[in-house]
Design a protein around this ligand. Structure first.
Ligand code: THG
Length: 369
């Protein structure tokens, strides 16, 4: 891979922590919601093992928050998702598929109900602001919609619980998975949820005031030594093995939430109104033609920049590989692929053309274990 630098400007946005990441040796970025997201510091594999053992501090400011307020705020949020939010509670987080009128995926955010008429949508990488505004304007909804300038730090890993108790007080250890609340550091209130883009446990801290965020970041680095804390970022190996989906990689606007395996967040039986409900009812009655599955491939090196065809012995396409990385745990490549229905069987064999070599692999379930 040729090394080059991403030029930063007003469109390719820095975060309040970018200069700190560079001081701590960030090794690469991707662009996500028009903003810089670190992909690794030194080595993806080292950071994978460290994340599973200790604790990391992540700058995930790219998880931009779209705030929806006003009388029709519930109506708008519900119109965009097939998950029933009619009895959603304040101080809780909801992982939801956002879909369009054809029942296809727009995004897969975490939604936080902040107040009765105030919702924050922590988006994956697509322009939900524009989608929400388009719906609100065309339906004349009484809402205000804007992208907040909140930035998010995540503290992830098995030692995150101890570390966070030390920073914010013992009370935070009572916070349950996918709940959020407010905790003080340096006299300032921080909104914190027990969530994050890893399967190792942890918290996400939503920061309004940059100066307080800088103090918090530096304090966590300072006291983190005791827990072997390191600056980190979402880890491709860990998230693929754990089947945490990445919008734009594993799925996009050509896929419906059934195909993405998000069935448990689809409520077709309740009487809520959302765009794409008819399309999803039809998709359900017809049955899906393909589905996201795990794959294992007998090789060491892969760097996907587009989906790659998977085929059987007779050269027939069985699906497409969408994310892949070498796993030091399985000692082979692991990935997430959209597989045609007839081939969605664990141990189904396939072939793939990687760097002009034909390599064999097999289908497995998600998460990969
Ligand atoms: N946290 C916050 N915002 C986010 C993400 C996040 N925005 C972008 C991106 N990540 C959105 N996508 C996801 C994908 C998976 C999860 C959260 C956001 C997730 N899934 C759990 C799982 O699959 O095991 C739990 C799902 C559940 O129990 O409902 O956490 O990470 N703030």
């Amino acid at each position: 891979m040729k090394k080059f630098e991403i030029s930063k400007n007003r469109r390719v946005r820095v975060t309040p922590y970018t200069s700190r990441l560079e001081k701590y040796g960030v090794g690469g970025y991707t662009v996500y919601n028009h903003m810089l997201l670190p992909t690794h510091f030194k080595s993806l594999e080292e950071e994978y093992f460290h994340l599973k053992k200790d604790v990391q501090l992540w700058d995930v400011s790219v998880q931009k928050q779209i705030e929806v307020t006003g009388t029709d705020s519930y109506k708008l949020v519900q119109l965009m998702t097939c998950r029933d939010l009619s009895s959603a509670k304040i101080l809780k987080c909801y992982y939801v598929p956002l879909i369009d009128g054809n029942g296809n995926m727009i995004n897969d955010p975490l939604i936080l109900k902040v107040e009765d008429m105030k919702w924050r949508i922590c988006i994956a990488d697509s322009d939900v602001l524009l989608y929400a505004k388009g719906i609100a304007d065309s339906m004349k909804l009484r809402v205000k919609i804007h992208e907040t300038n909140i930035s998010t730090l995540a503290v992830q890993g098995p030692k995150s619980f101890e570390l966070m108790s030390k920073v914010f007080g013992e009370n935070i250890s009572k916070l349950k998975f996918f709940n959020f609340n407010y905790y003080k550091f340096g006299g300032v209130d921080f909104m914190i949820s027990k969530s994050g883009f890893s399967k190792q446990g942890g918290y996400e801290i939503y920061i309004q005031d940059t100066a307080s965020g800088h103090k918090l970041y530096d304090y966590i680095i300072k006291i983190g030594g005791e827990f072997n804390l390191k600056p980190g970022c979402p880890n491709a190996i860990e998230r693929i093995e754990g089947a945490l989906l990445s919008y734009g990689n594993d799925m996009d606007n050509n896929d419906n939430p059934f195909e993405c395996g998000l069935d448990k967040y689809i409520n077709l039986e309740s009487n809520i109104e959302f765009l794409g409900k008819k399309a999803l009812q039809k998709a359900k009655s017809e049955g899906i033609k393909r589905k996201l599955m795990g794959v294992k491939i007998n090789d060491k090196n892969i760097y996907l920049t587009k989906e790659e065809k998977l085929f059987d012995d007779k050269q027939k396409t069985i699906g497409f590989l969408r994310s892949a990385v070498y796993s030091p745990r399985f000692k082979m490549i692991v990935g997430i692929a959209m597989i045609n229905r007839d081939y969605c069987k664990v141990s189904q064999k396939f072939k793939i053309n990687l760097n002009n070599k034909i390599i064999s692999g097999s289908v497995c379930s998600l998460p990969i274990n």
